[in-house]
Design a protein around this ligand. Structure first.
Ligand SMILES: Cc1cc2nc3c(=O)[nH]c(=O)nc-3n(C[C@H](O)[C@H](O)[C@H](O)COP(=O)(O)OP(=O)(O)OC[C@H]3O[C@@H](n4cnc5c(N)ncnc54)[C@H](O)[C@@H]3O)c2cc1C
Length: 393
């Protein structure tokens, strides 16, 4: 374990470096500037491409200066530091004006790359890890299907072996970031004759391969950050199979566990802003105080996850609790804002910080579903942590 002195020296070095490449973030002045509290960005495809390109450029700068892949070994551009150094770095970066990373960035760097590290061959690691950590190549999750969301092991997209390649056919849905990704991590059925968890194999599919078509889905927020993806006779070389044939369920679980780990800080910024709103309207009452306490508790849960990482443990229960807690914080933020703003949230009168909240109100429910719904997190906690009897399946 590293000493507090070492961590503080790292923190200071990060701050010094950041001040040479970025400007300090100008503190928000209430009532002026950007009032966006969007949970999912309301971008056109062109805007999504432009924002992604700006964030990629920043991530490349970070990577090329040795601040991008902190926990990874030198061969992948890193320093082999403990995982929590990434959080320390992010804490410092938050004080600087750098492009906001859309969801596809953590999906690539924190979900897909670690799964490749666990399951990839040496050749795959050499080929994929650097470009993904540097975000030259982004990777989306081709997991869900219309009949296989919570019950992901029920996927029906078929992959059939044909010599040294596989042919994929199926329909994936709710794929975030599909239009800006080079790769899609596809969970496919390769064996129909074994129990469903055993007949799955994972492939990395090039999103520009012949037979892949992406159709954006309009969400109730107005934007289209996720998509349908059709796979029609898509040829994938066997060298792009991740993990052994039939072991895809375990590969998938590696990605899902990392996804929960990444969800604990969701909603905190908007909760803080809702509390500010109450202060400015002189309406700090019980529910606002309750929301304030939740933000403290959620940050403490985040620290427990960090503490588990510092101690070299896999944070399991803390991560599920964190995800569940975060989605409830988002819901309560909506309740507080609705009480404070009433009809001002319904019509766009141009007043700063009012109608903008519709993007939180309409976006927040999505996170109670994405990455495993609230009910599924409760099942995980009940069965795997509390040891309660499993529900009938
Ligand atoms: C914003 C967003 C982004 C997403 N991004 C991606 C992505 O990038 N890639 C991807 O592959 N998928 C993505 N998804 C899909 C997401 O993973 C699924 O929506 C989710 O797993 C739930 O599956 P479902 O929608 O099929 O709901 P269902 O599984 O049909 O569930 C319907 C309802 O039944 C409940 N339920 C189901 N089973 C149980 C059970 N055993 N016990 C108790 N209750 C249960 C659920 O909690 C839910 O309320 C995204 C979803 C959202 C909302």
């Amino acid at each position: 374990m590293h000493s507090t002195g070492e961590v503080n020296r790292f923190r200071a070095a990060a701050r010094d470096w950041l001040s040479t490449v970025a400007s300090p973030r100008v503190a928000d002045v209430w009532g002026a500037g950007d009032d966006s509290v969007a949970v999912f960005e309301n971008w056109t495809e062109a805007e999504e491409q432009a924002h992604t390109a700006a964030a990629q450029e920043w991530e490349r700068t970070r990577y090329d200066h040795g601040w991008g892949a902190l926990r990874w070994p030198a061969e992948y551009g890193g320093h082999g530091l403990p995982a929590y150094y990434e959080q320390v770095y992010r804490g410092e970066e938050a004080a600087f004006d750098v492009p906001k990373r859309a969801e596809i960035f953590p999906v690539t760097q924190q979900l897909v790359a670690p799964a490749i590290d666990i399951w990839g061959t040496d050749e795959q690691k050499r080929r994929w890890l650097r470009p993904m950590l540097r975000t030259d190549e982004l990777a989306c999750q081709l997991f869900s299907e219309t009949e296989a969301g919570s019950d992901l092991a029920a996927v029906r997209t078929r992959a059939v072996r044909d010599g040294d390649r596989w042919v994929l056919n199926g329909h994936k849905v709710w794929t975030s970031g599909a239009t800006v990704s080079t790769w899609g991590v596809a969970v496919c059925r390769t064996d129909l004759d074994v129990p469903k968890h055993k007949g799955i194999t994972v492939f990395l599919v090039r999103m520009d391969a012949p037979g892949v078509s992406v159709r954006p889905i309009r969400q109730m927020t107005g934007g289209a950050s996720f998509n349908e993806v059709y796979l029609d006779d898509v040829a994938v070389p066997d060298t792009d199979r991740l993990g052994p044939v039939g072991e895809g369920w375990r590969v998938t679980l590696s990605v899902l566990a990392a996804e929960r780990l990444d969800s604990g800080s969701l909603g905190l910024d908007n909760a803080d802003r809702a509390i500010e709103l109450a202060r400015h309207r002189s309406r700090v009452d019980g529910p606002v105080a309750d929301l304030y306490i939740r933000t403290l508790v959620q940050r403490l849960i985040g620290l427990r996850v960090t503490a588990a990482l510092v101690a070299g443990k896999e944070p399991g229960a803390e991560a599920s609790v964190g995800k569940l807690y975060a989605t409830e914080t988002m819901r309560r933020t909506s309740d507080v804002v609705l009480r404070l703003l009433g009809e001002h949230v319904v019509a766009d009168t141009g007043e700063w910080g009012t109608f903008a909240w519709t993007e939180h109100l309409l976006g927040a429910p999505g996170y109670s579903i994405a990455g495993g719904s609230d009910e599924i997190q409760r099942n995980i906690l009940a069965e795997r942590v509390l040891g309660l009897p499993k529900e009938p399946r």
